[in-house]
Write a protein that binds this ligand. Structure first.
Ligand code: ADP
Ligand code: MG
Length: 714
């Protein structure tokens, strides 16, 4: 069943480090016991009744009480899937959708993708027999484009609503409309109350012309009312309730053991280092129990992973072993599940997680939490129109959620890597994402859904007018909307169909005209993952030398393409005579030798095959420009003209659209050459404003290829 690859046979004699109910009974019985022990289990019947009685219901419950895994199963058993309808559960994070679906499939004793499945961008594991479908909030928004009434669903559960991702916020607005529309169309037809029985009558009156037209609009909706459930871990449900016309809220009692909170004496200059020290302090001085460390992203997690391994080698022989397990969103899904497996005897598990472990997933066995007090978040400056990913302080609410993770099964400890005085200065809660990000993506989708008046849209919380206007302007400059703010045909419609950021969608469309779509598909796939190159601090020189084999004097985009193509050639070469698993293994080895992050590369390869299929389905011309990289660079300029920058006398750059002063990130192949004019794809704000993923262009291309922007400016 579950075997860690690292189990050391000799350790079997050692006493077990902790006492968890993992080793008794058969797995099925154990799962059943665990389910029954969840706080939510005792209220199954009442919850089902509440859903029957209320079209919209808000469920608040502490993290780990069983909302996400259990409620859909209750509803399935409660008959909400008759007529083959589906229960959809949205998650803000891919990892949650995947790991929870796997867990629930196991609890139900079915194969994943059959009765229980998941669907996330670039990965659909569902079938016609799927009844419980976990998915990301963004994905459901996309589904609405094809099925405006979401007619396949009888229930939609918007989970983790307290996270207030931009997709959740937009989705809530949309669902409100769908819910109204579904009942209104029926009401109007019968002029009576919308009940299932009446709907049956409606079906019998199909000859009625009015009725037929409405039925057509309903697109075969058989169970007219859409049940909407909003689940949240934050106690304040008022905002949601008011938004849904005073919808009913119910509370599920959680179970929480006391957690001792520790702070540092002084502010720590390097939280990664502080986290590392704390991991070993706990490991060497504290009793049994697993450790959960909150970090900001893949790169950081992987570097801490290496540093822990390194320090472990310095520990005296015979000390208890430590096992690091990463969990972040782009981790291949089979590896994500490792975090949930119990550590083998003699090992203490250290889970290195992004914010995903804050409320989205609950990992059993945690007794210690290390919280550096930071999180990676999108920030958007509506004046400059520039969005960046920054490391920012968590809110008080987040700090509380994080520490709570230590007290799920017994009393625990939380180590906050900042002084107590700093806690008081944290914001109470996190600002909703819709107030701090570029809106062009969701505006494009709303427009594709027929919502033209964005400013008038019924948002749970309105984004600033400035941000809306700026994003509309960006869409206009990309040719996605016309000057009267309508979706353009065909560009706007095509862009809305692609599951990518609008600028990337536009880049693909343009690339098919520039005859370099092969190259652009690779570039976009590679840009969609974090850190392709892996540069450990201790082997910096070696890593740099390895990178030189791929690097192009023109910039990072072509360098990334070179890496992708080299990996492709390698796979082609070894494919014969090797099965899939062996090929993967050899590719991992190749990556290691070339200082390439194999997880990222694999993810990029997956994304590539998906977007390639999309492009083909849309009828875009997938051709290669061969060695004519000039053509490709011109296409980059035509696509990313809003991110052009010019060198300044002192060697920094000025971003043309915003006027902001920026520097080339040291990881760029152009860090030393510093060409006159460049385009970039990413902005990261640390002590300076750095740009990443950069290509050299000719300044004169800008007015030629983006006259809609640069001709006016000059
Ligand atoms: P909530 O949504 O209320 O936060 P969940 O339904 O996610 O709670 O989790 C309920 C329980 O199921 C938790 O105790 C958690 O540890 C367990 N659980 C969830 N997913 C997994 C998994 N993949 N493996 C093992 N246990 C899991
Ligand atoms: Mg949950």
């Amino acid at each position: 069943e579950m075997h860690w690859p690292l189990v050391d046979k000799a350790d079997k004699k050692k006493p077990k480090i902790r006492d968890l109910p993992y080793c008794q009974g058969n797995r099925k019985q154990r799962l059943e016991q665990q389910r029954k022990a969840l706080p939510i289990a005792s209220v199954e019947k009442r919850l089902v009744e509440e859903v029957q009685k209320n079209d919209t219901l808000i469920i608040v419950g502490e993290t780990g009480s069983g909302k996400t895994t259990q409620l859909p199963q209750f509803l399935l058993n409660g008959g909400f899937c008759h007529d083959g309808k589906i229960i959809g559960i949205t998650q803000p994070r891919r990892v949650a959708a995947v790991t929870v679906a796997k867990r629930v499939a196991e609890e139900c004793g079915v194969e994943l993708g059959q009765k229980v499945g998941y669907s996330i961008r670039f990965e659909d594991v569902t079938s016609s027999s799927t009844r419980i479908k976990y998915m990301t909030d963004g994905l459901l928004l996309r589904e609405a484009l094809l099925d405006p009434f979401l007619s396949r669903y009888s229930v939609i559960i918007v989970d983790e609503a307290h996270e207030r991702t931009i997709h959740t916020d937009v989705l809530l607005g949309l669902l409100k409309n769908v819910q109204n529309a579904r009942s209104r169309s029926i009401n109007k037809c019968l002029n009576i109350e919308n009940t299932e029985a009446n709907y049956g009558k409606l079906l019998k009156r199909e000859n009625d012309a009015n009725c037929v037209s409405i039925l057509k609009r309903c697109q075969g909706v058989k169970f007219p009312s859409l049940k909407l459930i909003i689940m949240s871990a934050s106690l304040d449900a008022r905002g949601f309730s008011e938004y849904f016309g005073g919808a009913r809220s119910v509370y599920i009692q959680g179970r929480q053991f006391p957690v001792d909170i520790f702070y540092t004496h002084h502010a720590e200059p390097d939280y990664v280092d502080a986290a590392l020290i704390t991991i070993f302090q706990i490991h060497l001085e504290e009793g049994p129990g697993d450790i959960l460390v909150f970090l900001t992203g893949q790169e950081e997690i992987e570097s801490v992973e290496r540093l822990v391994q390194e320090r472990l080698r310095q520990l005296p022989e015979g000390s208890q072993k430590l096992l690091t397990v990463p969990i972040f969103s782009s981790l291949p899904s089979e590896q994500q599940m490792k975090a949930f497996m119990p550590a083998p005897a003699g090992f203490r598990k250290v889970i290195l997680a992004t914010n995903i472990a804050e409320t989205s997933v609950t990992i059993p066995g945690i007794k210690y939490v290390i919280d550096p007090g930071v999180v990676k978040a999108r920030t958007y400056n509506a004046h400059t129109g520039i969005e960046s990913l920054d490391i920012v302080k968590t809110s008080k609410a987040q700090a509380l959620q994080r520490s709570g993770r230590a007290g799920r099964e017994r009393p625990g400890k939380c180590f906050r890597l900042y002084p107590e005085s700093e806690f008081g200065q944290l914001a109470d809660s996190t600002e909703p994402e819709i107030k701090r990000c570029n809106l062009s993506n969701v505006i494009l989708q709303l427009k594709a859904l027929g919502v033209d008046d964005i400013i008038g849209f019924d948002f749970l919380e309105k984004p600033s007018r400035m941000a809306i206007v700026k994003s509309l302007e960006q869409l206009f400059l990309l040719g996605a909307i016309t000057d009267d703010s309508k979706l353009s045909d065909p560009i706007g419609h095509q862009m809305a169909r692609l599951p990518l950021d609008p600028v990337y969608s536009k880049a693909l469309i343009l690339a098919s005209q520039f005859n370099c779509l092969e190259e652009m598909l690779i570039a976009v796939a590679m840009l969609s993952v974090e850190s392709i190159f892996y540069t450990p601090r201790e082997k910096l020189e070696e890593a740099r030398t390895a990178m030189k084999c791929f690097s192009s004097p023109e910039g990072d985009h072509i360098t990334l393409i070179n890496v992708y193509r080299a990996s492709d050639e390698f796979v082609e070469k070894i494919k014969q005579g090797n099965d899939k698993e062996k090929t993967e293994k050899k590719l991992r080895k190749w990556c290691k030798e070339n200082f390439i992050n194999s997880r990222s590369l694999r993810h990029a390869r997956d994304i590539h095959s998906q977007i390639r299929r999309h492009a083909e389905q849309m009828g875009l011309c997938v051709a290669s420009c061969g060695d004519d990289m000039l053509q490709f660079r011109r296409c980059l300029a035509a696509s990313f003209f809003l991110n052009a920058a010019l060198k300044q006398p002192e060697g920094t750059y000025r971003a043309l659209a915003s006027g902001q002063s920026v520097r080339i990130h040291p990881s760029s192949v152009l860090f030393r050459t510093k060409p006159e004019c460049i385009i970039f794809n990413e902005l990261v704000q640390t002590n300076h404003c750095y740009i990443r993923n950069i290509t050299r262009i000719d300044f004169l291309w800008l007015p030629e290829l983006a006259p809609q922007y640069y001709a006016v400016q000059n």
